[in-house]
Ligand binder design. Structure first.
Ligand code: AMP
Ligand code: ZN
Length: 116
């Protein structure tokens, strides 16, 4: 997707502060952090929303979720974190390239981090 900002981050055309990378997945710090730790985990391959993922994406999605603990810990969120996947218009998704928000401490988060 040539006009997708997260695809541009994958290609290095837009800078990001990386937290993790392998051949399938990239994690980088959110540009407007909602908490001291706020990392986005994305697939390098363009998938627009979680609703567009299918059976062929199970391993990739599992990998993304299985990385959340490691990434949160490495960023200093040692006692847990919140994962959010906003999906579609109803879900308040702004960037249409699938991403898992990992939001964390060091202190407990407010009950909800809502969108304005
Ligand atoms: P969502 O509302 O779930 O689609 O979240 C999109 C997130 O992407 C927001 O938290 C933005 O702050 C973040 N974001 C947008 N552009 C960038 C960027 N260039 N680098 C890092 N994070 C970004
Ligand atoms: Zn994309």
């Amino acid at each position: 997707m040539s006009d997708c900002i997260f695809c541009k981050i994958v290609k290095g055309e837009i800078p990001s502060r990386k937290a993790y990378e392998d051949d399938e997945v990239l994690a980088f710090h959110d540009i407007h952090p909602a908490a001291p730790v706020h990392v986005l985990i994305i697939p390098k391959r363009h998938i627009a929303t979680l609703a567009d993922a299918g059976p062929g994406d199970e391993a990739l999605l599992g990998k993304m979720l299985a990385l959340t603990g490691r990434i949160a810990r490495e960023q200093g969120s040692l006692e847990g974190y919140r994962t959010i996947v906003n999906t579609g218009r109803t879900g308040g998704q702004d960037v249409y390239h699938l991403h898992v928000h990992v939001i964390g401490g060091p202190r407990p988060l407010p009950r909800m981090i809502a969108k304005e």
